[in-house]
Design a protein around this ligand. Structure first.
Ligand code: ATP
Length: 224
């Protein structure tokens, strides 16, 4: 089987006052469909930068990023984020406070006919175990429940790939531990290909099928 996600010799750099500053170099990985990969590494090693590049928020200076048979990024190609079929659960993508849980989950489904949209929202709320929370606003939900709604929102448009960047970092330790297991179960039920970023080793081992260790912008180990 060919990999769902494939990064080959990727180089990523930020523009600085003194020209380009390379933060990721020679970065390669392959992830099969339905598998969960995790990038683990110390602060500043480039984990978020890699996710941002996969999502289409950073240009690729060399190498390539492919999803299925589509080229998403290379030195000469850059598919816009909205055309990548990549879903995100990033810390900065909090729920919309003025929308109910159901409206949040339905946000990315506005192109669907209303009946189909409603059915998909109901299915996603059921998948994350919050079928009874449809009419509640984010402030009426616990932190863990809010993250499960954020997951339902990210999964609703059936992304080819889901990216999770430190999705549990704002939660207390007990909730975090419980949610790590729950989210893995939800992703596996959905057959979702996903890449998680964390600097918490226990979380990486619990969640992921493959753990990649990053150091100074390179992948130093990728465990099966
Ligand atoms: N917008 C930016 N402009 C310039 N440099 C940046 C920018 N964002 C990140 N960097 C630098 O790129 C490097 C990698 O940052 P990145 O956020 O990818 O690391 P990380 O491994 O995700 O860290 P953390 O675990 O703290 O989130 C760091 O040296 C950082 O200072």
């Amino acid at each position: 089987m060919s990999a769902a996600l494939q990064l080959e010799e990727v180089r990523l750099a930020y523009e600085g006052a003194r020209g380009l500053h390379t933060v990721v170099d020679g970065f390669s990985l392959a992830l099969d469909a339905g598998r969960i990969g995790c990038l683990l590494g110390p602060s500043g090693c480039g984990k978020t930068t890699v996710l941002r590049a996969i999502a289409g928020f950073e240009p690729v200076r060399a190498g390539s990023i492919r999803l299925g048979d589509r080229l998403l990024s290379s030195a000469t190609v850059h598919l816009p984020p909205e055309e990548r079929r990549v879903g995100m659960m990033f810390q900065e993508y909090a729920l919309f406070p003025h929308l109910t849980a159901a409206q949040n989950v339905g946000f990315g489904l506005r192109k669907l006919p209303p009946a189909q949209r409603q059915a998909r929202v109901a299915a996603m709320l059921a998948l994350v175990g919050l079928g009874d929370a449809a009419g509640r606003y984010p402030h009426e939900l616990s932190g863990g429940q809010q993250q499960r709604i954020a997951l339902a929102r990210a999964l609703a448009p059936s992304p080819a790939l889901l990216l999770l960047d430190e999705p549990f970092s704002n939660l207390d330790a007990a909730t975090r531990e419980r949610l790590t297991v729950e989210v893995r179960d939800i992703l596996k039920t959905a057959g979702q290909t996903a890449v998680l970023v964390t600097h918490n080793e226990a979380e990486a081992r619990t969640m992921a099928d493959h753990v990649g260790l990053m150091h100074n912008g390179r992948l130093t180990r990728w465990t099966a």
